[in-house]
Design a protein around this ligand. Structure first.
Ligand SMILES: [Mg+2]
Length: 458
């Protein structure tokens, strides 16, 4: 045995030494890696991209409609030809992103957290966060492309190779029909279902909903749940539970089945309904009351024996931590396009885990925001399941290239290993679905300058 070979064997026996120490030492001898391997490895390093010199030069929008929702995709351009994609939350104004353009021009997009901390004052709950979150997604996409790594890797690596999805399904007043529609999702490979379960099912049946004359589910839509004066009777709660029972007869008791869109009823009615639904073991009851009422949420959660969930309209980690610290809901449900983007949502998941709570993810949008969610879900240990709204939109997958199709396959999304979010846009398809009167990434020079003092403290 040669001296060099013995040396190597001894080196490998000392397994507590760092890999870096071994490889540098051995590579110095020219024997650990063959020269060709080293050359090939070097060939994969994007030395030409010069990430430290990367600078943001532009921000433009392509406003997609019918996906099935309205979704402004943003493109951040740089001085090195690299572009990054992000997405303003569904239904929000693209101006939320455009007003950030003057704040990020000239910045290095790889300094994701630094830029996020500078712009996060311009976000707020629900769709007002859409601009900050869309920009954050695009920054990660650029950083990943500049350094040649997928976004999940920059978040700390992945816990899973594919992301479990749940799929919404068009409601029917006939529970058998609704059950069959959901069973079709199950047959399509989905392993988690969600249904709508609103008081609209029973509000016109005498004796089901107690309320002031003239108040309806529709008219109370913009009034917080506790202030509508609408309360379910025992009969109303039982009829809604019977409806779920008939759906369960079709889909069975084994598959997780969540419920959402209950209508704006008071806390006591939420508890009454929750108790009536216990025998059907729903996976969660979603947004029964507004997310900010932590103590009221805790009353509901403590009173019933099926999980509660909220969070799709919360901006930043602090309100999630408040909910989890108080064990006010069982599961949190951030929408990454409102909650603060990839890194903030990973922090939200990690914080929830500290308190023993799982994280499901709300999502409605194009494959751009979808992939941001996929990377974050891959990198967050207590992730449970992520929403998908576009099962019935045939061109949804065609909006992007560079990724294995279909993006959603048998109820799961594979986590890609390509740099950044792992997608490029398909202009031909997106141009067919632009908001009428808008152009594909039209110039936005009117947003270049905004001479203001943004400081938060003196
Ligand atoms: Mg919801």
């Amino acid at each position: 045995m040669s001296t060099t070979k013995k040396w190597h064997q001894n080196r490998f026996k000392t397994s507590r030494r760092s890999f870096l120490g071994r490889s540098v030492g051995a590579a110095a001898l020219g024997t650990f890696w063959a020269e060709e391997t080293i050359q090939a490895y070097q060939g994969n390093v994007r030395t030409a991209s010069k990430p430290s010199d990367l600078r943001i030069t532009d921000l433009r929008v392509a406003h997609v409609v019918g996906a099935p929702m309205r979704c402004p995709i943003i493109r951040i351009e740089t001085n090195q030809g690299l572009v990054g994609y992000g997405e303003v939350r569904d239904g929000a104004s693209p101006n939320y992103a455009l007003m950030l353009k003057s704040r990020i021009l000239g910045q290095n997009p790889c300094d994701v957290d630094k830029i996020f901390r500078r712009i996060k004052q311009f976000g707020f709950h629900a769709r007002q966060a859409g601009g900050v979150c869309g920009v954050e997604m695009a920054l990660w996409d650029l950083a990943g492309k500049a350094y040649g790594v997928p976004c999940y890797q920059m978040l700390g690596g992945k816990f899973r190779d594919k992301i479990r999805l749940y799929c919404d399904t068009d409601m029917s007043r006939d529970p058998k029909v609704y059950g069959e529609r959901m069973k079709a999702r199950f047959d399509h490979g989905y392993t988690w279902l969600k249904m709508d379960l609103g008081i609209g099912l029973v509000e016109n049946i005498p004796g089901c909903v107690t309320r002031p004359a003239g108040v309806t589910q529709r008219s109370a839509n913009q009034v917080q749940h506790m202030f509508t004066g609408m309360e379910l009777t025992d009969k109303g709660a039982e009829l809604m539970a019977d409806y779920v029972g008939k759906v369960r007869e079709v889909v069975g008791m084994d598959i997780p089945l969540a419920a959402d869109h209950f209508g704006h009823i008071g806390v006591n009615s939420c508890i009454k309904l929750g108790k009536a639904l216990q025998k059907y073991n729903l996976a969660w009851l979603e947004d029964m009351i507004p997310w900010m009422h932590t103590e009221l949420w805790k009353q509901i959660t403590d009173a019933i024996d099926i999980p509660t969930l909220t969070g799709e309209d919360i901006y930043l980690k602090e309100p999630f931590i408040e909910l989890c610290k108080n064990h006010a809901v069982d599961i949190i449900h951030p929408d990454l396009a409102s909650s603060g983007g990839l890194l903030e949502t990973k922090k939200i998941g990690d914080a929830a885990m500290e308190y023993g709570h799982a994280m499901a993810m709300h999502f409605a949008g194009t494959p751009v925001s979808f992939m941001a969610n996929v990377h974050c879900a891959a990198a967050t240990e207590n992730f449970l399941v992520m929403e998908f709204h576009s099962q019935d939109v045939p061109w949804w997958h065609d909006m992007v290239t560079g990724i294995k199709k279909p993006i959603v396959d048998k109820g799961f999304a594979a986590v890609p290993d390509t740099p950044g979010l792992g997608i490029e846009l398909n202009p031909d398809v997106i141009k067919q679905h632009l908001m009428p009167g808008t152009e594909y990434f039209a110039p936005t020079p009117q947003w270049d300058k905004d001479p203001v003092n943004d400081r938060l403290y003196s």
